[in-house]
Ligand binder design. Structure first.
Ligand code: GLA
Length: 719
């Protein structure tokens, strides 16, 4: 399926005679109906259908003996927990009088351009739900969310509030792909059959988490990178989330997602409402490769700040691995001068510049410049960086406090805690209760002051280096204390949104000890993310591949650092550069230790990167050989206009003297001729110009051998 073929054409149609909505999202159709019981029923999700007359009206399935009523045998679009339904509900509530039965029926709908809103209401109580569906015709992605409204006269408690459920065509043999990990080992790809029962992937940690990511893909058991139906989705939420992948006893596979119901409770007073996070879903019959390309493009165009017109990510330098907490004006200026020589465009000073931050035991919370390290404030360093032709960025970790800080001494109650219970520290720090209005306002003002006093700060790396513990909110009424999980994330979002509004040129990187806060919620308000604290280039190949299943390389920050690193492994500088150049390039090594040869190679690599970065950051990515499959891996990027393609190839080890496999390229024009440029003549046959047909069918042979060998080849299309 071509991503672009039906691009832009999309429509939402209501087929009144059969009470159906046909959501046409470019290459995808999604169909919902109202059945004879007035329930909302999922009808179809897959490749685009063009004939509304083919679609029959929704009709519920019969009960299965006395054990499964039709609510369990019929694909439910947004089921409440009630009426004898045992499938995972989208909404579970306790009504003001203690009733815990919720049966939602269709009331009305409106279609407004690319958005459909369906109103539902409980059969007896004033508990209302508005389901919103937005179609993105360019990609076929559909966004679901729900607003839950209490129109009864008393308080309602929500025990589970999901954004929506995606029903797949009834059947068996489906396979789930999802991402898991841990600190410094994020983005591991898992693939397993879906069996009857429920698989839950989730975060209970307060942030998106390293351990699992709110993304899924489901195929029919045999899809590969190029072929096969793949249904995929992602939740846009950086707090506790949950995906429940369920196969019912009636062969119905459904994926329900939204706020994690674990330790969740949300009280809606009369007249109040709660909006769920967005849950995005897409479909392709072009395999996992196309599923990723759809998401990459969707994220760049429809999610990330600036959309299609956002600028390319600059090459950055980050001081963390070079200087850790030992930052000062002279040292940072020296690093900046070296970074500038390499062609770096943004210099970022990491941790250590504020309060009493000489190690990780003190200072978090005190967002004032450390005057021993920077006697004249940050101004002289920023000016020096700017005069070297780079912009300046700064690390912050706003949500945290060290007990050894002025902030904690003044406001010990601001840290998340339960009264008279221990406060569990991690990296010597506690989490501020950002759900509190006063804490939120204080943090906004501290960051705003920093940016007002230093208007040339162009970039913040916003870190979050631990998960929640003792998530108490003693100041709130007991029945509302669990709302902390939702209010915290909302308030973090609000601070970022307010800062960006007030400082429109500011760019932000989302970091949480590496990739602990990467999702479509934070991506809609930050320009890039820190992929992982693990910068070992060999590990990175797999980390970056996992990342690429769900997220665009444009957002994927990748640094070149020094070796050995993490695994005691040493890899050549070119290998490290080429790995990092597959995303948004950064350098994080200690430049004071780089030799003249290292500096020369780095300068050439940064120069090369600038000539291919549009293709890498905004092109189409093809995973040709997975680093998980063997000792050889290759990834290709093709620019949006088809004029440039870049191949990165890596060999971690050579065995039995074999050369690497033939590499067939993807995404080129068979009729076109390309000029070939290698960085180090590792392409056999002396090809100078070559046709797309040859590259995609015969393929090329690379001379890669030994340990940790690498190369890149650039193909420029001739007129
Ligand atoms: C986290 C980040 C690192 C670095 C340190 C600083 O671990 O992921 O990149 O900023 O904090 O303390």
């Amino acid at each position: 399926m071509s991503l672009l073929a039906p691009a832009g054409s999309g429509a939402i149609r209501y087929v009144a005679a059969r009470k159906l909505w046909h959501l046409e999202a470019g290459p995808v159709s999604y169909v919902i109906g109202v059945n004879e019981k007035n329930e909302l029923q999922s009808i179809y999700w897959g490749k685009r259908l063009w004939r509304d007359d083919d679609l029959a009206a929704a009709h519920s399935n019969p009960e299965w003996a006395s054990f499964d009523n039709s609510g369990n045998t019929t694909p439910q679009e947004y089921p409440g927990w009630g009426g004898g339904r045992y499938i995972e509900p989208c909404l579970k509530v306790t009504l003001p009088d203690g009733v815990r039965d919720l049966v939602l029926h269709y009331v009305s709908h409106t279609i407004d351009g690319d958005t459909l809103r369906i109103e539902m209401k409980d059969i007896a109580y004033g508990l209302e739900v508005t389901l919103a569906y937005q179609v993105y015709p360019e990609s076929g992605v559909i966004r679901k969310s729900a607003v839950i409204r209490n129109r009864t006269s008393g308080p309602v408690t929500l025990e589970s509030a999901q954004s929506g459920a995606w029903n797949l065509p009834r059947g068996e043999g489906y396979r789930l792909t999802y991402l898991s990990g841990r600190w410094a080992g994020e983005w591991q790809i898992n693939r397993e059959p879906i069996h009857p029962g429920m698989k839950v992937i989730e975060s209970r940690r307060g942030n998106t988490s390293h351990q699992a990511n709110p993304w899924f893909a489901i195929d029919e058991g045999s899809a590969d990178e190029e072929r096969g139906r793949v249904w995929f989705g992602a939740i846009g939420w950086s707090g506790n989330w949950r995906l429940s992948i369920e196969q019912t006893s009636h062969q119905q596979v459904r994926v329900t997602g939204g706020f994690n119901p674990f330790d969740f409770s949300y009280r809606l007073g009369s007249g109040e409402s709660l909006e769920t996070p967005p849950f995005y879903g897409g479909f392709t019959d072009g395999g996992f490769g196309e599923a990723s390309r759809i998401l990459h493009r969707f994220e760049r165009v429809n999610i990330m700040p600036g959309g299609a017109t956002a600028r390319l990510r600059p090459v950055l330098y980050n001081s963390w691995e070079a200087t850790e907490f030992a930052v000062d004006e002279a040292g940072q200026k020296a690093l900046a001068a070296k970074a500038a020589k390499l062609g770096v465009e943004r210099f970022v000073m990491d941790d250590g510049w504020f309060g009493a931050r000489n190690n990780d035991r003190a200072g978090l919370g005190d967002w004032t410049v450390n005057r021993q390290k920077f006697p004249n404030g940050l101004g002289p360093l920023i000016d020096a960086v700017n005069s070297l032709g780079m912009d300046f960025g700064l690390w912050v970790e706003p949500e945290m406090v060290n007990p050894d800080s002025n902030l904690y001494r003044q406001h010990p109650d601001w840290a998340m805690h339960f009264p008279d219970r221990p406060r569990t520290e991690a990296r010597n720090q506690l989490v501020l209760n950002m759900a509190r209005e006063d804490v939120k306002n204080y943090i906004f003002e501290a960051l705003d002051r920093l940016l007002v006093e230093n208007p040339k700060i162009a970039f913040l790396k916003w870190d979050m280096n631990r998960n929640f513990s003792e998530p108490g909110w003693p100041e709130a009424p007991v029945e509302q204390q669990k709302e902390l999980w939702v209010a915290y994330t909302r308030n973090v979002y609000e601070i970022i949104d307010r800062l960006r509004k007030k400082h429109p040129k500011l760019e932000i990187e989302s970091c949480s000890g590496g990739g602990g806060r990467v999702d479509l919620g934070i991506l809609s308000r930050t320009d890039e993310v820190w992929t992982s604290d693990n910068t070992d280039a060999f590990d990175r190949l797999r980390i970056q591949e996992g990342f690429s299943y769900a997220y665009t390389p444009k957002a994927m920050m990748a640094w070149v650092t020094d070796v050995p690193n993490f695994n005691g492994r040493s890899t050549p500088l070119q290998y490290r550069f080429l790995v990092a150049m597959m995303g948004s390039l950064g350098i994080g090594g200690n430049l004071n230790k780089w030799s003249a040869d290292d500096m020369a190679l780095a300068t050439r690599m940064v120069y090369l990167y600038k000539s291919i970065r549009k293709t890498v950051q905004e092109g189409s990515l093809f995973r040709l050989f997975s680093p998980d499959a063997g000792t050889f891996s290759a990834t290709e990027y093709v620019s949006g206009d088809g004029r440039q393609a870049v191949l990165f190839a890596f060999r971690s080890a050579q065995d039995y003297g074999y050369p690497p496999p033939v590499v067939r390229l993807s995404g080129l024009d068979e009729r076109a001729v390309y000029r070939v440029k290698t960085i180090d003549r590792k392409l056999t046959g002396g090809l100078e110009t070559v046709s797309g047909a040859y590259l995609m069918n015969r393929g090329i042979d690379l001379r890669l051998g030994g340990d940790f060998d690498s190369t890149a080849v650039v193909f420029e299309r001739l007129e």
